[in-house]
Design a protein around this ligand. Structure first.
Ligand code: NAD
Length: 485
């Protein structure tokens, strides 16, 4: 838990992984679907959600019967397997979803293994006084139903599993339909680790073909006591309307402000590092920049030195018409600009190819100057496309950045040495995560202090979830005793 990644260490991991994959030109040569990987049948993955819930219920009973030491042994085995199989899950994730970068996904799994809190996160509170002692303990809910995204599929399954098991719960997953093989690989990994460490052979469960219907079964099943949802606005709304206790980790659109006191060179590097990480899939990644006009030229030029490719306003319009498509709501008939799933998480070079620009793989991110109303600013693209808006002063920067965040209260970033500016923006934007003078991923413990999570619960207020987020408080009162002073 004490690992804090330096830039050099991150680079070292990335380079080691690229090397191990034969220079990065990797392809998953194995066969896979929601039920198996390379002819090995996944453990804990069922055709029917009801069977998956039964298995997770048995897993919960087994966890309840384990000592904390035994639970921690299983968690330690999950961490070890997550580290050793990180490159496989990363490759599988990219091959299945066609999104993101293998080296970055590998680094994300290692982060989960190293910095997701285990049982140490569960702490009891004690109050003593004239009437004796009152103990408040963090107890499990029971079986948790977890909905996971396509953007960090196996990372979220493993991170959720560690935290939920550490808290004493069982877990059943309804993973994203576009990332079933990768998510279920992670379910299988947790079960293999459990068996190897002396835990139950099926500790967590999932389904071969998750659907909206299987999610509904999960919502309504009496054994499911807590729902945890990591995803976009639609699914978060659906769990919050379920009538059950729910934790919602929803969408963001993180703005970045760069003022004229910032170390502009460093700001440019940090922003490109964060924005291009896993092709901008993380919900915390920089999505739009508000730059003071007196440093904007230097910022853009420094970004270009760090792998950003600048496109013209005309090219930006062309690209906008490709990455955002008109989708008609079947119920209301209203047509809305929606991100094209064919473009989410793709390499910058692939996106540039779509507008007839051929560049090498060294290009990490596309940048362009836009106005505030531009769709690149307004939409959570989750692609390595970064619009830059020039602003006159801090008032305008904060006003526009808060508007661009759309009240998600998810994540925001700022590069500045002016404490008043930093404080004013942090107060105004009210986000769960606020990163100052670092790449966005510092906010989830990657080169920054603090634990990691891939479930950042802004809407329901748990913040960066960990084992304690998946517990319920129980009080035990001992009257007239145990106060020893
Ligand atoms: P998504 O919203 O498309 O899907 C998430 C999951 O919900 C999938 O399993 C999907 O099948 C399911 N789903 C969708 N509608 C549903 C409904 N009505 N009922 C039941 N299940 C439903 O998510 P995605 O595209 O994979 O992930 C990207 C989104 O998730 C972005 O908006 C991103 O910001 C957000 N996200 C947030 C966090 C966080 O920690 N706050 C982390 C990762 C991703």
């Amino acid at each position: 838990m004490a690992i804090n990644w330096t830039e050099a260490q991150i680079e070292e991991v990335i380079q080691a992984v690229i090397k191990s994959l034969g220079g990065g030109a990797s392809a998953v040569k194995n066969s896979w679907d929601g039920s198996q990987y390379n002819s090995r049948k996944y453990i804990g993955v069922y055709a029917d959600m009801n069977d998956a819930i039964d298995a997770a219920t048995a897993g919960y009973k087994a966890v309840r019967a384990m000592s904390l030491e035994e639970r921690e042994k299983v968690i330690s085995a999950i961490r070890d397997l997550c580290r050793s199989e990180a490159p496989t899950m990363a490759e599988l994730g990219v091959a299945e979803t066609k999104m993101g970068r293998v080296a970055h996904k590998t680094a994300k799994h290692i982060l989960v293994a190293d910095k997701t809190p285990g049982t140490a996160d569960i702490v009891a509170q004690v109050k003593t006084g004239d009437y004796g002692l009152t103990l408040t303990e963090m107890a499990p809910f029971g079986v948790v139903g977890s909905i996971t995204p396509s953007t960090n599929p196996s990372e979220t399954v493993i991170c959720n599993s560690i935290g939920m098991i550490a808290a004493g719960n069982g877990v059943v997953f309804n993973p994203h339909p576009n990332a079933i093989a990768t998510s279920n690989y992670a379910v299988d990994l947790v079960n293999r680790a459990s068996a190897a460490a002396g835990g139950p052979s099926v500790l967590v469960a999932s389904v071969i073909k998750p659907t909206l219907d299987s999610a509904q079964i999960m919502y309504k099943h009496p054994n499911i006591r807590l729902l945890v949802c990591t995803g976009g606005p639609g699914v978060v709304k659906s769990v919050l309307s379920s009538g059950k206790k729910a934790i919602g980790a929803g969408a963001g659109n993180p703005p970045v402000i760069v003022d004229d006191t910032a170390d502009v060179k460093k700001a440019a590097k940090d922003i490109i590092d964060g924005c291009s990480f896993d092709n901008n899939l993380p919900c915390i990644a920089e999505k739009e920049v508000f730059a003071f006009k007196n440093i904007a030229d230097e910022l853009i030029s420094e970004m270009q030195n760090h792998g950003a490719y600048k496109i013209t306003a005309e090219q930006a319009e062309k690209l906008a018409n490709i990455v955002l498509v008109d989708v008609k709501n079947p119920k209301t008939g209203i047509v809305k600009k929606t991100i094209s799933r064919d473009c989410v998480g793709r390499d910058a070079a692939v996106l540039l190819e779509k507008i007839g620009v051929s560049v090498g793989n060294d290009v990490r991110c596309i940048i362009c100057e836009t106005g505030f109303e531009h769709p690149f600013v307004q939409h959570e693209l989750m692609m390595p496309i970064l619009p830059i808006v020039r602003v006159n002063d801090i008032d305008e920067a904060i006003d526009l950045a808060v508007k661009a965040e759309h009240g998600n209260r998810h994540t925001a970033h700022m590069h500045s040495k002016n404490i008043d500016h930093l404080t004013r923006f942090a107060r105004a934007v009210e986000t769960t995560i606020f990163v100052k003078n670092a790449p966005s991923y510092a906010g989830i413990g990657f080169g920054g202090e603090g634990h990691t999570t891939f479930t950042i619960a802004g809407p329901t207020g748990e913040g960066l979830t960990s084992a304690r987020s998946f517990t319920r408080f129980r009080r035990c009162v001992l009257s007239d005793a145990f106060r020893i002073i």
